[in-house]
Each structure stands twice: as C-alpha cells, then as structure tokens.
Design a protein around this ligand. Sequence first.
Ligand code: AMP
Length: 358
Amino acid sequence: MGKSSVVECIKDYDLDKLAIGVLGSHSALQILHGARKEGFRTVLITIEDRVSFYREFKHLVSNFVVIKRWSDLCREDIVRKLKELSTILVPHGSYVEYVGLECAEGIDVPIFGLRPLFRVEASQRRKMSLLRKAGIKVPREYNYGEDIDGLVIVKLDGAKGGRGYFLARSKEEVVRGIKELISRGVIESYENALIQEYVVGVPAYYHYFYSPILGRVELLGADIRYETSVDGLKRVPPKLLEFMEVEPTFVVVGNLPLVLRESLLPKILDYGYRFVKATQENLPPGIIGPFCLESIIRDDLEVVVFEFSGRIVAGTNIYVNGSPYSYLYWDEPMSVGRRIAREIKLAVEKDMLNKVVT
Ligand code: AMP
C-alpha cells in the first residue's frame, strides 16, 4: 500500500470510531488492553480454533473477525470489513510469520509501523547490515566456507524462535550443519543461514518506542529470554557436562524481567536513537513505534547487538501494567500496547495520523 493510498484510506475513516486491530497471538491481549485503556474500539482477527480462548477476554474486544486461515487476512471481504471498522492494524512478532510476507506488506489497511521494514526483517543479513549502518556494535560475521576463528552461532532466516540454530567450532562443522538443514528442507540455500561470532556474556533485550509525534525514543523496558536448552544447561554441574552429549539450543519458551545498571542506560538509549536514524535514512519515513534491540553484554560491559525486531516483542508482555522504565516517562501504568494506543490518540489530536501509519 503506497503512502498516498494510506492517506486516502484514513480520510474515509471515522476518527471518532477508530479501531485498533490485531491478530490473535503473541502480544494481542496486551495491545487490546492498551487500546481499551486509551478509549479505542478494538478488532481481534483470529482463526476459528482460538476464538473460544479470546472470548474469555471479550471485554477487551469490540469486534471479532474470524478467518479460516491466517492468510485470509488479505481476502477482499476481510480487508473491506477492517476498513469499514476504521481499523489501524498493529503488527506484532507473529504477524509476518502467520500471514506471509506478501500479505503482511501488501495489505490494503493502514498499519501502525514501518511497512518496508518487514522485508528487511525477513533476512538475517539485511538486518545486520542495517545495524552496522546505525553504527551499533555487532558480532563478527563469516561467509559460508570461510575459516572460523573461535565459536560461531549459525542462525536461520525468518522468525523461528531460535529453532534450527546451532553452534560450530570450525568451517567443516558449519558446512556440515548447513547442508543438513538444506537436505531436511529447513532452509532453501546457504544464503538463508547467517554465520555469526558467538558472543560470550549475558543476553539483554531492550524495548524501545520511537514517537514521531513527540520526536523521541523512549526506553520502555528490558527482558531476558528463557531458552531451552541453553538456559537449562546452567543447572548441570560442570563436571557432569562432559558426560552429556548435548549441544545447546535456543528455542524460546518465555521471558524474564530485567532492570539494568543505570550506568548502562546512556549507551542503550544512544543505540535506540542510532537505530531510528538509520531507518530514517535508509527506509524513510523511518521506524514508527515499538522496536527491540537484542544484545549480549560482555564482561567489559560492551553491548553487542546481534539482532533487532522492528515490532512489539513478546518480552513486553511482562509489563502489561507498565515497567520500571515506562513509569518514569509516564508516571502511570504504561505497557507498550498502551503506548501504541497513546501515540495514535496523540496523532489524532494533533491531526498527524499520517505520521504514524504506513
Ligand atoms: P535470535 O533469533 O537472533 O534472537 O537468537 C536466538 C538466541 O540465540 C538469542 O536469544 C541468544 O541466546 C542466542 N544468540 C543469538 N546470536 C548470538 C550471538 N551472536 N552470540 C551469542 N548468543 C547469540
């Protein structure tokens, strides 16, 4: 959807009945809750077998739109319905994964966020290149077939929640592992795998929000992912580890809250501003709303960013009632879901809705 058709589309919208729409997954409950807190109508789009679950929260939902398959989101009648309801769609971490890239970026409904970023996010390489352009410290990257110096993690394209990733110590291990993934049909080619230096330290994920209306980056929270089996291996006494033939895996099962040393915050906020600037320069108009930088903090306190997400991340679900950081900005319980709705509300009040949708 081009900028002009988004502007045309919003012109037909009833701004007094604006609805915030979301797919039934990921952080939908938080987004719906936040939208209601800010006085918006809400639309929950979901497949049939999740309807009964979301009906338990029907006080958060003004309209249910039930589809057979997620990809039906882009069906003409569904799009028409969403527009009739004056819906602004809020993409979350499952959005592209569920409906597919073509539908996700092409849908003829205004999106709160930066639509062209979806395509960048689909490729690990393009993602890392954007982080480098931002001047953010990232792990070393290796080409397929290149000699490896130290330990590497091999990561796959698409939001797979860490599934299929593996660690390797040599060029041979990398090549063997990638060939196996190709033969199992997990990836199409070696180009879908990113070979990255494995950074030793502790993981930390930062939840940012860029407000085009207030012209500032807010640091709204931080979390740690709880990943199996890498986090479980900490429970095994080191002397027993050598008897176990287990390779760490990185499948996400949940998130834990984190507050950071305050002396780290200036750097982390600076990274947020750098990222926003890089998106503005490379993908105008630049990021809108929530994004996340994912890092390892080394023991020299260097913050190395190995990944980003251009949308609301599931770790924000910890803070449905606000986080220690969002409270400092807003002095009221402010989840990222609610912050999205607040931004849309501010945009409507200032007649700047076209600045927050693409
Ligand atoms: P990702 O899909 O990029 O978020 O990675 C999944 C998990 O793999 C992360 O949460 C980390 O635990 C781990 N990981 C990814 N990249 C690196 C890296 N370069 N160094 C160390 N751990 C990493």
